[in-house]
Design a protein around this ligand. Structure first.
Ligand code: AMP
Ligand code: MG
Length: 408
């Protein structure tokens, strides 16, 4: 059985090798580009800054005139952001300057207003000698006109939106988002807005998987629920395969039960499988295959199993299909605040509450009753990663934890 890292690497290897060479592009406004993947480089359309820019409020001076300090200079005028000083600064002169304004010709330093004193007769005392270049960002120091500032494949976050705005890229070329068919299986499953029969349960996986897909930057396409019956399940899967989707994510029906039919049904539709178990708990029966030109994932039906396997295995596939590289998992080290004892040759993902303290990250395992326990899970914001090599832990030890991205 593959370890979770091997299974994840397998997904990355297969999706990278088999995904369509060309991905469709579209244009998104800045308002809609958050979380999308850039399909064309962002190129500086002017030098940045486009002029030598003051980064403090104060006085533009010739540094040589400020020595020895204090030096008293004549105020020759003022320059504010968005304007320019006409002419050049002469010997023993200073120009009042605001943050963001262009530094007047002849000046080579800005003295912070805090280090000056107005003399009241049109002169200013500079109380500290200035260093040439001080509080000035030279023209093009950040970027030159024509520089590529972001490459295709970059994920657009808030900082990238700022940079795209800076270079005037208001219509952003992005790759089309991967479309994720979401299909829940199980005779016992009813939609969340229905009253379940005595032995039925509400479908929690569809909403969760759709949310995880969206957080990963993909577009979920709901395919509802299918019963544990080969014909109807096959019908539903075929429908999904015929739709315009890039990946199929099913939940339930992948364990060893008599009515766990997902693998058989997919095989009947021509699927090839790369693994059908991963050495993790929860999530062991997770299945990954390829069917009619697209990846298919059969996630275990237990809600927490589905969540964990989606994060570990499906997210990197979505990243690659989106035209980006697989993002790293948000794994951190945390100090365990209670002892732990697990069993089995598996990596355990245990819900935990992670807290940021002045002494670092602290992890407290939450009480939960296994991979169906959503109420217990709701007390957590991440998972402890307990590897098979070390199943026994003391309070105070440093343990690996997987953060939940949506709660960061
Ligand atoms: P399975 O993987 O089909 O054997 O399902 C494992 C457990 O997860 C069973 O207790 C199911 O009732 C439950 N389950 C399966 N699918 C869902 C779903 N969509 N929402 C909530 N629970 C589910
Ligand atoms: Mg089932």
């Amino acid at each position: 059985m593959l370890s979770w890292t091997e299974a994840r690497d397998k997904v990355i290897e297969i999706v990278r090798a088999r995904k369509p060479r060309r991905r469709r592009r579209e244009t998104a406004s800045l308002e809609r580009a958050l979380g999308r993947v850039l399909a064309a480089p962002a190129v500086a359309d002017r030098d940045s800054p486009a002029f030598a820019r003051a980064i403090r409020d104060g006085f533009a001076v010739r540094a040589a005139d400020t020595e020895p300090a204090p030096a008293v200079l004549a105020i020759a005028g003022e320059v504010r952001a968005g304007a320019a000083f006409s002419g050049a600064i002469g010997p023993s002169q200073a120009v009042r300057i605001m943050t963001g304004a262009p530094v007047p010709d002849g000046a080579d330093a800005v003295v912070m207003v805090e280090h000056t004193r107005l003399e009241g007769d049109g002169r200013v005392a500079i109380e500290r000698a200035a260093r040439p270049g001080q509080h000035i960002v030279a023209r093009a120091a950040e970027a030159r006109c024509g520089d590529r500032l972001l490459e295709p494949g970059a994920r657009i976050g808030f900082a990238e939106l700022a940079l795209l705005s800076q270079v005037g890229c208001s219509a952003v070329k992005v790759f089309r988002q991967p479309r994720v068919a979401v299909l829940a299986t199980g005779d016992e499953i009813v939609p969340p807005d229905c009253q379940p029969g005595p032995f039925e349960i509400r479908d929690t996986n569809s909403a969760c998987i759709a949310a995880q897909a969206r957080i990963a930057g993909a577009r979920p396409v709901p395919f509802g629920r299918a019963a544990d019956q080969a014909e109807t399940l096959g019908e539903r899967v075929r429908e999904a395969l015929e739709a315009e989707v890039d990946v199929l994510v099913l939940s339930g029906g992948v364990s060893m039960g008599k009515y766990d039919l997902v693998e058989d049904v997919l095989r009947g539709l021509g699927a090839e499988f790369f693994f059908d178990a991963v050495a993790i708990r929860p999530g062991r029966p997770a299945v990954f295959g390829w069917c009619r030109n697209r990846p298919v994932f059969g996630l275990p039906g237990n809600p927490v199993s589905a969540m964990v396997t989606f994060e570990l295995l499906v997210v990197p596939a979505l990243d690659l299909l989106a035209g980006a590289g697989p993002r790293p998992l948000p794994l951190v080290q945390a100090r365990l605040d209670a002892p732990l004892e697990e069993k089995g040759e598996l990596t355990h993902f245990l819900p935990a509450q992670l807290g940021w303290t002045p002494a670092g990250l602290v992890a407290r395992p939450v009480r939960w009753r296994g991979s169906g326990d959503l109420a217990g899970l709701a007390q957590s914001n991440g998972f402890l990663v307990v590897p098979p090599e070390k199943l026994s832990w003391q309070a105070g030890e440093s343990i690996q934890a997987l953060l939940r991205r949506d709660l960061l």
